[in-house]
Design a protein around this ligand. Sequence first.
Ligand SMILES: C[S@@+](CC[C@H](N)C(=O)[O-])C[C@H]1O[C@@H](n2cnc3c(N)ncnc32)[C@H](O)[C@@H]1O
Length: 222
Amino acid sequence: MPIPYYLAQTYAWAYLRPRAVRLLDREIVVNAILWGNYHRLVQAACTQFRRGEHVLQAASVYGSQPSRLADHLGPTGRLTVLDVSRLQVERLRAKLATRANASVRLADATAPGRESYDGVCCFFLLHEMPDAYKRRTVNALLARLKPGGRAVFVDYAGPRWFHPLRGLMWLVNRWLEPYAASLWRNPISSFADQAGQFDWNERRLFLGLYQVVVARRRGLSG
Ligand SMILES: C[S@@+](CC[C@H](N)C(=O)[O-])C[C@H]1O[C@@H](n2cnc3c(N)ncnc32)[C@H](O)[C@@H]1O
């Protein structure tokens, strides 16, 4: 599986080096990176899905998020996680080993396969992608939703002008996260070619620094 260029060039230090992965894949680290909002954001994603549903997650996430989503879906539900990095797939498989309802597959989020899902979860992935990749990912994930199915995108957004962290986050984007600033300007729905086939609901958290966007495919669930 080829590693996308943005991942190799910009994020290898965080996701592709075993020692860094061991260091960063801790609850305390991810919660600090998200300014103490990790649990609230995980909860905001989980509550979009119901027990018994089959949910596709577009990439691995550090900390307890994948386990919490698997637990939320319950024994009759299923969680399928994709990741483009073999290292991440192996690590997440080990983390989810006790969850019989969860599986992890090596795949690119832009080519998630042909199966249809009740839900899709995309947690802090888009801000790490160049816009062309954001578009391909959003389109590929939305295409996998059954009628009535929901995709939840949790990610960075443009903080309010008076947010005390606005300047710092601007600098972080300049130095470390070159593709994140686009989410300050462009709504996630603007990356969807078939946006009209979905009902969109957008919520901002922590004075706008984070967004929770839900796209529900029109039509009745089966
Ligand atoms: C979800 S994102 C960021 C998550 C967040 N920063 C955290 O707490 O882990 C990181 C993951 O996305 C994966 N990834 C990046 N591009 C991908 C793609 N095109 N398809 C699937 N996985 C991808 C990386 O391998 C990495 O495991």
